[in-house]
Design a protein around this ligand. Structure first.
Ligand SMILES: *Cc1c(COP(=O)(O)O)cnc(C)c1O
Length: 354
């Protein structure tokens, strides 16, 4: 037997959202963007492809400058990675090792416990409230002298809930200032709740806040793998040290730059998804199926023992979703055809229930 790390032997592998069932079906299992790439973004990728015999810029200088301009932050406070999940991994590796603790809500993004354990640190999951929200007071109580990082997933994947500005302010007042609070805003573009905090505002107000953004969701670049953190400069320096050299390709960097320049076109697409989310949620709510008011590009049905029935009805319509048996179902907002299938499926579940 090859001797491998026990911690790694014991980790359950990351589960990818279910694949489409057939070519006539809809993959609503990974919160991907339903739109094809913007022409300007494809053009940037094609142009970058002319030079793939070369390594990319390792420090992503041009892109960090672009991100800095678009957010009004110093590019030295920006660190990029192969998806924001890689940046989350960088943060954990830079701050936490054996004996250190990382606090996060649960259920939340499935990568958190996995990445923490890979780093050799200890995951400290804090249960969500009964209505699927972060329990910030309980998260405060979970802080010990070993805590190095706290993840706040806002909006939360998979429940779609947000913390409020007031709740996060009260929370920050009690977090020790040598513990980094990472606000994971993967779905921030879809968040229409006026009480939701602006992560960057907290980043500016507190010395121990980092914000994670991704190009995978609203920007629709999931397949290119690119995301970034805005973090204090003494942290971003270390993120660069623990990152895999050249993990972010030139194609991804150029696509991200082109996407940043396509604000108006993107905003239209995002609005379309938000409108579809709201009408799906209202329909489901009217039928009396429990649904959380999601601020992401997905719906969360806390269906409990009914998840199986919902999953079967959706499969029958050719729709694959993310299912947590006995707990809930997460359905990504898709294109109009896919959303219509979701409504048909859920309608059939309700008809059976009647
Ligand atoms: C999708 C997602 C990410 C980002 O994934 P990448 O594709 O790696 O950028 C990060 N956090 C949450 C909560 C997500 O759902």
């Amino acid at each position: 037997m090859i001797r491998q790390r026990t911690t790694v032997n014991e980790i359950a592998p990351y589960v990818q959202g279910a694949a489409p069932l057939t070519s006539q079906s809809y993959k609503l299992s990974s919160n991907e963007n339903p739109f094809p790439p913007l022409p300007s973004v494809l053009e940037a990728v094609r142009a970058a492809a002319e030079s793939i015999q070369l390594y990319p810029q390792m420090d992503a200088k041009e892109l960090r400058a672009g991100i800095g301009r678009s957010l009004g932050v110093d590019p030295e406070h920006v660190a990029v990675g192969a998806g924001s999940v890689e940046v989350a991994s960088q943060l954990i590796h830079a701050l936490a090792g054996t004996g250190d603790e990382v606090v996060f809500a649960w259920r939340s993004f499935e990568a958190y416990p996995l990445l923490v354990r890979v780093a050799g640190a200890t995951p400290v999951p804090v249960p969500l409230t009964a209505d699927g929200r972060h329990d910030l007071p309980a998260m405060l109580r979970a802080i010990t002298s070993h805590t190095r990082l706290i993840f706040i997933c806002n909006p939360n994947n998979p429940t779609g809930t947000v913390v409020t500005h007031a709740e996060l302010t009260a929370f920050m007042e009690h977090v020790p200032d040598d513990v980094l609070v990472v606000i994971d805003e993967a779905y921030v573009h879809f968040d229409r709740d006026p009480d939701s905090p602006d992560g960057l505002e907290f980043y500016r107000a507190y010395p121990n806040v980092a914000v994670l953004h991704t190009f995978s969701k609203a920007h629709g670049l999931a397949g290119l793998r690119i995301g970034y953190a805005v973090a204090p400069p003494d942290v971003t320096v270390n993120l660069r040290k623990v990152s895999l050299p050249f993990a972010v390709t030139a194609l991804a960097q150029q696509a991200a730059l082109a996407s940043l320049a396509a604000g108006a076109e993107l905003a239209e697409r995002i609005d379309h998804v938000v409108t579809a989310r709201e009408s799906l949620a209202s329909a489901v709510e009217e039928w009396g199926i429990p649904v959380a008011r999601s601020q992401g590009n997905f719906l969360w049905l806390p269906a409990g023992d009914d998840t199986r029935r919902i999953l079967d009805a959706l499969s029958e319509q050719g729709v694959s979703v993310r299912d947590w048996p006995g707990e809930g179902t997460r359905i990504t907002v898709g294109d109009d055809a896919a959303n219509a299938r979701v409504l048909t499926a859920l309608d059939s579940v309700l008809t059976i229930a009647k």
